[in-house]
Ligand binder design. Structure first.
Ligand code: TYD
Length: 138
């Protein structure tokens, strides 16, 4: 399933009687150089994270534990990806409005970003996001 160029990427899975191991590397499994890793945890039931777009940065989102939904919106339509496997991740390019919800208990979200934290890369207002999209498509 694909939306804009967002896509689920399957990661290597090294099966072992001692337990499984998965990994990803910059510009190998994922299509950008990783500058930052952050994670989201202890999300209270019913809470929503995200609710913004990034002007330039790309992200790769993995459900290391538990499950949650990532809803992507390109200014016209929405698509929902349900993440619940620690050997798969969702590539999210820039200029997609995204929110994360429906978190299970003990879910752990790992996010790799293509840039160091920069508040100026955020678009936090949906109307502003749509205006930029419309401007680009002219
Ligand atoms: P934010 O990106 O708004 O969280 P979410 O998208 O999950 O709702 O970030 C929440 C706060 O954390 C905000 O004050 C910025 C800060 N923050 C950092 O300092 N560094 C980071 O790498 C991230 C992702 C957030």
């Amino acid at each position: 399933m694909e939306f804009k160029t967002s896509k689920i990427i399957s990661l290597p899975k090294i099966l072992d009687s001692r337990g499984n191991l998965s990994f990803f590397e910059s510009s190998n499994q994922i299509p950008f150089d990783i500058k930052r890793i952050y994670w989201i945890y202890d999300v209270p039931g019913g809470k929503i994270r995200g609710g913004h777009a990034f002007k330039h940065s790309h992200e790769f989102i993995v459900a290391l534990s538990g499950s949650f939904d990532v809803i992507l919106n390109d200014g016209k339509k929405e698509i929902k990806f349900s993440l619940n496997r620690s050997y798969q991740g969702l590539y999210v390019p820039n200029m997609l409005w995204r929110r994360l919800d429906n978190f299970s208990t003990n879910s752990l979200v790992l996010i790799a970003s293509s840039i160091s934290y920069n508040d100026a890369d955020y678009i936090r207002d949906y109307e502003e996001f749509k205006a930029i999209i419309n401007e680009k498509s002219k």
